[in-house]
Design a protein around this ligand. Structure first.
Ligand code: HAM
Length: 437
């Protein structure tokens, strides 16, 4: 019987797994150097957890099932509700601000396509309990730092920022009634993915006239430098007074510029985010060509912890998926693996007497911390064995050709540098020093 993997899932053979490890290592390294601690939760939760506040979009994509006790469960489509549940349960005992990261695998029953699968990994960065915009700026800085770490430049990816309340004020001035505001957010969030005529039809359905639709279309089709809040306000046709939400964007400009992120960030009023729990700043990372799905997205979700039974506590964070990120690195010709998995040396035996000595040499080198492998073949055809050494990207080949079984620390082996081709005889007890160099 031949079975295919389920639609939208991936098998990670060693090459793919090495790429996955590379991204996870970068996520972990960057999180830790910004002071975030790693957490995780269960891969399935009560279905209700996602019905509280994630929004219809995500609920319609849930893989859900009943256990034998008839309890309704769902595989996690995102981590934020789990995080909110975990924080709410221990809020008083946790040192503030809470700075957590995690890299869960998530499942969404989406139609598989470029950038979207049914199972994917998502890096989450979240900061809770710090009310000021410093937290918003800090999580955006972590996202940009990850991109820098992987060799991406600010002209290749932009962090597009907006504010839910700014969007609300604009939509309200364009005639959207309060009870249709969530529909308007959903419409704006999906605008890039729908034909213009559909956008117009849906906008009229939520109460906007032709002129309002034209203005919304113009406003949401351009980005602004983060020091151009005044210009945005004028273009939005709002009358010059900045309320709290607009002031947040001005303050955020100062903080992000102070962190050296002016070139990475822009304000973009089309960003509202599809998830229902965001309350303030919202942002998405987009590839500059505009052709890909968002690389990541997040925002402020004040009130979510209270909703899960915890104390009032502010929160801000984002998620970044591995699928769009790998597509981006591939398209930019940037590395998707590093040297951390390369063997230090590959041991080759040219005759049976030498082959007998391979296991003890491997175990002695491994005890000293080296990553060493060996061929399971013994042959005088050294070319064939070196091919194996090169295939696993070993740095050195250690070539054994002992004439008798009397082998000790002073016995000679050949050490071949596989990058330069240089080969030299050295004694076994000198091997570690040479490999360390
Ligand atoms: P999200 O926008 O639903 O946010 O997902 C964030 C990122 O996860 C997306 O930009 C994308 O890179 C990746 N992603 C989402 N769905 C898929 C999929 N089907 N296949 C591949 N990648 C996907 C959230 O999930 C929020 N909970 C993030 C957050 C954390 N907000 C605050 N903290």
């Amino acid at each position: 019987m031949k079975l295919q993997p389920p639609k939208g899932t991936r098998d990670f053979y060693p090459d793919e797994m090495a790429k996955r490890r590379y991204l996870h290592d970068a996520w972990r390294r960057v999180s830790q150097r910004h002071g975030f601690d790693e957490v995780d939760g269960p891969i399935f939760e009560s279905l209700d957890l996602y019905k509280v506040k994630s929004g219809d979009g995500i609920v319609s994509e849930l893989f859900h099932f009943k256990d034998r006790g008839d309890r309704e469960l769902a595989i996690r489509p995102e981590f934020t509700p789990t995080l909110a549940r975990m924080v709410a349960a221990k809020a008083n005992g946790l040192p503030k601000p809470i700075k957590w990261f995690c890299t869960p695998n998530l499942c969404r029953a989406e139609k598989p396509q470029r950038g979207r699968l049914r199972e994917f990994d998502q890096w989450n960065i979240d900061m809770l309990g710090l009310d000021s915009l410093q937290a918003d700026a800090e999580v955006i800085a972590v996202a940009c730092d990850l991109l820098k770490e992987l060799g991406v430049k600010p002209d290749q990816v932009k962090c597009k920022i907006s504010h839910r309340e700014v969007a609300r004020a604009i939509l309200s001035s364009l005639g959207v009634p309060d009870d249709k505001m969530n529909d308007a957010f959903t419409l704006l969030d999906g605008k890039a993915k729908m034909p213009a005529t559909m956008f117009i039809d849906k906008a009229s359905e939520i109460g906007m006239d032709q002129e309002a639709i034209r203005r919304l279309n113009a406003l949401s089709s351009q980005a602004y430098a983060i020091d151009a809040v005044d210009q945005m306000l004028t273009d939005a046709g709002l009358d010059g007074t900045l309320d709290n939400a607009w002031n947040s964007l001005v303050e955020l400009d100062g903080l992000l510029t102070g962190l050296g992120l002016f070139d990475w960030c822009e304000f973009d009023l089309s960003i509202v985010r599809g998830l229902a729990y965001y309350t303030g700043t919202v942002f998405e990372l987009h590839v500059a060509t505009g052709k890909e799905r968002a690389l990541g997205g997040g925002g402020r979700y004040d009130g979510l912890i209270e909703l899960f039974g915890g104390p009032a506590m502010s929160g801000v964070g984002f998620g970044m998926g591995d699928v769009v990120l790998s597509n981006l690195l591939e398209d930019l010709g940037l590395p998707l693996t590093d040297d951390s998995l390369r063997p230090d040396a590959f041991v080759i035996a040219l005759n049976d007497t030498s082959a007998e000595k391979v296991p003890s040499l491997l175990s002695s080198l491994r005890e000293q911390g080296f990553h060493v492998r060996s061929s399971y073949k013994t042959t005088r055809n050294i070319g064939k064995l070196l091919k194996e050494a090169n295939a696993c990207r070993a740095r050195f080949a250690i070539i054994l050709e002992f004439d008798d079984g009397l082998v000790g620390p002073g016995s000679l082996v050949s050490l071949k540098d596989l990058a330069t081709g240089d080969q030299q005889p050295i004694t076994i007890d000198q091997l570690a020093d040479h490999l360390r160099k």
